[in-house]
Design a protein around this ligand. Structure first.
Ligand code: ZN
Length: 433
């Protein structure tokens, strides 16, 4: 796959994603509705899972004409994705070889694998770009990404544009600092807990090299206090975005701090226990339908997060709806004997790395810290479970935890979620002082 042949899409989407949020609310809603219905009709036609699932429930696809009608459709659960990927969830005629494939542990510890086409990827890259242009990114900025996998870049060596560097999220803090000092980024993008970690350990010497003009934190819930701490430490604005691996960008903060929903990418429902929409301003379970990924659409997907749809209008001029707040995604950091905190994302990413390279290694896990130097992994092994490979994972976890640390493994058939909507995959039972 090569970026150049898809450049026309990239240009088209770059323009579209920047114009659409400025249209009237009615126009954005109409566009969303059109894409939503098209997605559902096409999925029924092309994706075996949806065809079967809708037929079993006697859904008349011709009756799906507007946004409200999608309540007639069943939900898609993470379990559905796990058991039906790739065979039944890929649209007919889609060749996995021509797709981007990805996997995630989510923060629930269950592995989910999925795919999207190159064209969809072009769109996703443009929504990423929009997250950054919304807060003042310029193409000549040097960007450092803290992420567990490298990202694609549009950088052409002779031009000082789109310059990026990748700081792996699972290396030690010391190594991350060294890489950041060498990169001297204008903009820093990454997990809040890891940037928080960096902020807490920043020395006067580091400040000479690491002085970003802006910071974008992602992928986990960060509190306003944490973002303020990062902002004060680096003396630059810090913005947040909300995305999931399966749906890509869901919402992102503008300069006024509002989380604008990306309704050109995802249609989001906020529902109560009965499946009805909760009123604006009230907390609901978020259910996502992807609008841009016909190769493997997610329709009424229970992403496992809670959120509140706001009725506010933002001063920035964008008319897209605003997400008031969202909950969930608050995983626990591990606390070591010396009081040091190890980001749960760093631990989660280590599992993710193995799930990506060995999709059959484990079906589900939960990593629970029980003492300052001891933790247990509850493991539902996968069909391709391999003891040596799993020990490699444990070795890597121990490297991150640095001090002498015992990890044992308990094989289980399933992991209970205690009735909660979202179970944490990484949990610490060690008391916080
Ligand atoms: Zn705004």
């Amino acid at each position: 796959m090569n970026l150049i042949t898809h450049l026309p899409y990239l240009l088209k989407y770059a323009i579209q994603t920047h114009i659409e949020p400025r249209l009237s609310y009615a126009s954005q809603y109409a566009n969303m509705e059109k894409r939503l219905i098209k997605t559902i009709v096409k999925a029924y036609k092309d994706v075996p899972f949806y065809r079967e699932h809708f037929d079993n429930l006697h859904v008349d696809i011709n009756k799906i004409k507007n946004v409200g009608d999608i309540k007639l459709l069943p939900f898609l659960t993470k379990e559905d994705v796990r058991t039906n990927y790739p065979k039944k969830l890929l649209a007919r005629g889609v060749d996995l070889k021509n797709c981007y494939t990805s996997g995630t542990t989510g923060s629930t510890g269950k592995s989910i694998n999925f795919a999207y086409s190159m064209q969809t990827y072009m769109f996703y890259l443009c929504t990423n770009l929009r997250v950054y242009t919304m807060i003042g990114y310029k193409p000549w900025y040097k960007v450092a990404y803290i992420k567990y996998t490298p990202i694609s870049t549009l950088h052409i060596p002779v031009l000082p544009l789109f310059r990026t560097s990748h700081i792996p999220s699972i290396i030690t803090l010391k190594e991350q600092m060294e890489m950041l000092r060498a990169a001297q980024p204008d903009m820093l993008i990454g997990y809040a807990s890891i940037i928080m970690d960096i902020a807490q350990h920043l020395t006067e010497k580091d400040r000479k090299y690491i002085k970003p003009k802006l910071i974008s934190v992602n992928s986990e819930l960060s509190t306003a206090e944490e973002r303020k701490f990062i902002c004060d430490t680096f003396n630059c604005p810090v913005y947040d975005e909300y995305s999931t691996e399966e749906t890509w960008m869901v919402a992102s903060q503008c300069k006024y701090g509002s989380y604008h929903l990306f309704t050109d990418n995802v249609h989001m429902e906020f529902i109560d226990k009965t499946g009805a929409d909760v009123p604006k301003g009230e907390i609901g379970e978020m259910v996502a339908t992807t609008l841009r990924s016909p190769a493997m659409p997610f329709i009424r997907y229970k992403i496992g997060d809670l959120g509140v749809l706001s009725d506010k209008v933002c001063k920035c001029g964008r008319k897209s709806p605003i997400l008031e707040s969202f909950e969930g995604r608050a995983d626990d950091a591990f606390i070591l004997k010396n009081g040091e905190k190890i980001s749960s994302l760093k631990l989660l990413n280590t599992f993710t790395k193995f799930i990506k390279s060995d999709p059959e290694l484990m079906n589900e896990f939960k990593f629970i810290q029980k003492k300052v130097d001891y933790a247990t992994i509850l493991l539902v092994p996968g069909s391709g479970y391999d003891n040596d490979r799993f020990n490699d994972l444990i070795t890597q976890l121990k490297k991150i935890l640095k001090l002498p640390f015992n990890i044992d493994v308990q094989f289980v058939k399933k992991i209970d979620n205690n009735g909660g909507i979202k179970r944490k995959a990484i949990e610490s039972l060690v008391k916080r002082s």
